[in-house]
Design a binder for this molecule. Structure first.
Ligand code: PSV
Ligand code: MN
Length: 429
């Protein structure tokens, strides 16, 4: 196996932190034991937890105004995999990459799978792209894709999604994530009912091509690129479409794709109630689909989402197997650092949700004791779980201080010597 960062460097960095970590872990273990929690069991759950990273998040993102590339950023899927391997090697939380096509297109997917495996990585959900035109493409997506009024365009979008399934089979994926940019910019531009009908008909053709063990994850988004309406705009449209398509269709919740202040954790609970919670694109937002780093703006919301997920685990509905993925745009940071920090934030929220005294919470809920129900959540949220994550990491060969170790490796500087520069106009690709 190829390890991008040397084990010696990680061991050296860890040696400086180990005594402090043991002290912190022991102290936290004693504190948790007083409330009947075995810290090692929480640590074991963290060791078994993972979140996929997006191949497109490995490069510097941009806005529609500008993109500011950094020296040494990856320019193709091979270099992206290398960077994703760094994230996983240090964090031990991100063993899978979610690819996007045609951005990550290669001629030999068997070889790509082997290349990833050699770096300790597998592939998660395959993402189709019918929101951009590609050079040489027969039909434009300017009129939409799966919902386009143009039959040939819908057929092209269906064909692309089926091609993604085929690529995914070769890569070892079992999920197809479908997000369409379809929508309108003006009232009256399209008929709401007819565009949804067209979407459903085309999506059902994609659905029919799913292998038995595959799922189709429908990702809703309220606006952008369409600024008046989108075809799959919210979780309501998403669940209705998933119900109409069939049991293999589930809903994917991208945290940034909702109206401001929407209660996302309640959406998560609702989707789970109907067996339709398929997965997540984690990120954070302040104003819209900002694609900011997970937990950087509203970590409490992320905790409340995980609180619902832990509840869901205790009351599993048919097919509860949510895929956890990051979907962020790193416009002003080194993407590796952002994803290290984000994976940590996501893992921390899961750990905190595991600490919630469920008996106390449920008893308070039944007794209508509002304050004690809230305190059950508050107590868990207030615990600094960092030593649990660090201990799980170090036991799995990762770094105690992921960012310091990454910087010590001088990975980006070294890659700046080897990799070609990124063009200015490349957007998030
Ligand atoms: C759209 O905003 C989205 O969240 C979808 O998941 C896309 O696949 C991804 O971002 C990249 O454009
Ligand atoms: Mn997304």
């Amino acid at each position: 196996m190829t390890k991008p960062i040397s084990d010696e460097l990680i061991a050296e960095a860890n040696a400086r932190e180990l005594v402090a970590l043991e002290e912190d872990y022991t102290a936290l273990g004693r504190k948790l034991a007083r409330t009947g929690i075995d810290i090692d069991r929480v640590k074991d759950r963290i060791a078994g937890f993972s979140v996929a990273v997006p191949s497109w998040g490995a490069g510097r993102g941009g806005t529609r105004f500008a993109k500011f590339p950094i020296p040494g950023e990856p320019t193709n899927i091979h270099e992206k995999l290398e960077d994703c391997a760094v994230i996983n090697q240090l964090s031990r939380l991100t063993p899978r990459v979610s690819p996007h096509f045609p951005w990550d297109k290669v001629s030999d997917y068997k070889a790509l799978r082997e290349e990833a495996a050699d770096l300790g990585l597998g592939f998660d959900a395959v993402n189709s792209n019918t929101f951009q035109d590609q050079p040489g493409q027969a039909q434009t997506y300017a009129t939409g894709s799966l919902s386009s009024t143009v039959e040939a365009t819908r057929a092209q979008a269906v064909e692309h999604n089926i091609e993604c399934i085929e690529i995914g089979r070769q890569l070892g994926s079992t999920d197809l994530t479908v997000w369409v940019g379809d929508g309108t910019n003006f009232p009256g531009q399209q008929d709401f009912a007819r565009s949804l009908d067209r979407y459903l008909e085309a999506a059902s053709e994609v659905y029919s091509a799913l292998p038995d063990d595959w799922r189709m994850l429908l990702e809703h988004k309220m606006f952008e690129p369409a600024f008046y309406s989108t075809v799959i705009n919210d979780w309501g449209s998403s669940i209705l479409a998933a119900q109409e398509l069939g049991p293999k269709a589930k809903c994917l919740v991208d945290l940034g794709h909702h109206a401001p202040n929407v209660n996302i954790e309640q959406i998560v609970a609702r989707l789970h109630r109907f067996g339709k919670l398929g997965g997540f694109h984690f990120n954070d937002s302040k104003y819209g689909d900002d694609d900011l780093d997970s937990g950087s703006i509203n970590p409490h919301q992320l905790f409340l989402v995980f609180n619902e997920l832990v509840e869901a685990e205790l009351n599993p509905r048919e097919g509860f197997k949510p895929s956890y993925m990051i979907d962020q745009s790193h416009n002003v940071t080194d993407p590796i650092e952002s994803m290290l920090s984000s994976a940590e934030a996501i893992g921390q929220c899961f750990a905190k949700a595991l600490l919630v005294d469920r008996d106390a919470l449920h008893a308070a809920q039944e007794a209508n004791d509002t304050m004690m129900a809230f305190q059950a959540l508050r107590r868990a949220y207030n615990v600094d779980v960092a030593p649990i994550l660090a201990k799980a990491r170090v036991e799995a060969g990762g770094a105690i201080d992921v960012l310091a170790t990454y910087r010590a490796s001088r990975w980006r500087d070294r890659k700046a010597q080897e990799r070609k520069a990124v063009g200015l106009g490349a957007g998030i690709v």
